[in-house]
Design a protein around this ligand. Structure first.
Ligand code: ADP
Ligand code: ADP
Length: 226
């Protein structure tokens, strides 16, 4: 786990468009931070700069105590948590969770142990031999998180993970994500344009508008003086 420090970060795209303007934000170790704001306000750009999928124009990105501006995504030890569509339908739950370990050719004993531990934490032990299609939406969500857990990532990053789901499933998934984050205590940054998600999930909510960070507050503070 690690704190994430965003220091005076600006992003100017190739065409000269400033998508993120001098944003500074301290995300504490273990905190659940929401990035919220209307479409086009720069949320994804900011998240992608944390992960390393987008170059930083100016400012510093610090993860733990290391400046990571020039580090490739694979050297940042962060996990973008993808949704259903990122599960491999032909692979079992076990192999879906094991995937990052297979990529780096981890020994079989280590794979068994890490997947076993993640599955037990996520209450997926009885489902390890199933295919994703045989799981509920909430269980699939947990498999996606399992894949992040076996990598022992320092932080989880979510980019509008629930936006394509119907209202009922969205509610279930919200509960699932929050429960797992609390249980694991992993630093989490979660991008959404949905007020309900922002107000129910976050320890704090960072509000962006046209690339500018407007305020950072707990959901309670936002509710009392929006
Ligand atoms: P959000 O996630 O809040 O919807 P984005 O971070 O995706 O916003 O985009 C912020 C702004 O930057 C938008 O106006 C978008 O059109 C612009 N933008 C995003 N990607 C690029 C790009 N590759 N080149 C130029 N402009 C971009
Ligand atoms: P390459 O240039 O070899 O394709 P990349 O710089 O695209 O490599 O990154 C590959 C590695 O970076 C992956 O193995 C993964 O660990 C990490 N990575 C890539 N995208 C993401 C992401 N969205 N979230 C977290 N890690 C990522």
């Amino acid at each position: 786990m690690a704190a994430i420090t965003i220091k005076n970060i600006t992003k100017t795209y190739g065409d000269g468009f400033k998508a993120v303007k001098d944003v500074s934000l301290d995300i504490a170790d273990g905190e659940f931070m929401i990035l919220v704001g209307p479409s086009g306000c720069g949320k994804s750009t900011l998240l992608r700069m944390i992960v390393g999928l987008e170059d930083i124009t100016s400012g510093d990105m610090i993860i733990g105590d290391k400046r990571v501006n020039e580090k490739a995504p694979r050297d940042r030890n962060l996990a973008m948590v993808f949704q259903n569509y990122a599960l491999y339908p032909h692979l079992s739950v076990f192999e879906n969770i094991a995937f990052p370990l297979r990529l780096r050719k981890a020994p079989e004993a280590e794979v068994k142990e890490r997947v076993g531990n993640a599955a037990s934490l996520l209450e997926l032990t009885e489902h390890l031999q199933r295919k994703p299609s045989q799981l509920s939406g909430g269980q699939r969500q947990r498999v996606a998180m399992g894949r992040a857990i076996v990598r022992q990532a320092d932080a989880f990053l979510f980019d509008e993970p629930l936006s394509n789901l119907d209202a009922k499933l969205r509610g279930q998934m919200r509960t699932e994500i929050l429960r797992m984050q609390r249980r694991l205590g992993t630093t989490t940054v979660y991008v959404t344009h949905d007020q309900t998600e922002a107000m129910t999930l976050g320890d704090r909510v960072a509000v962006l508008r046209k690339g500018v960070l407007q305020q950072v507050a707990s959901p309670r503070e936002l509710y009392e003086r929006p």
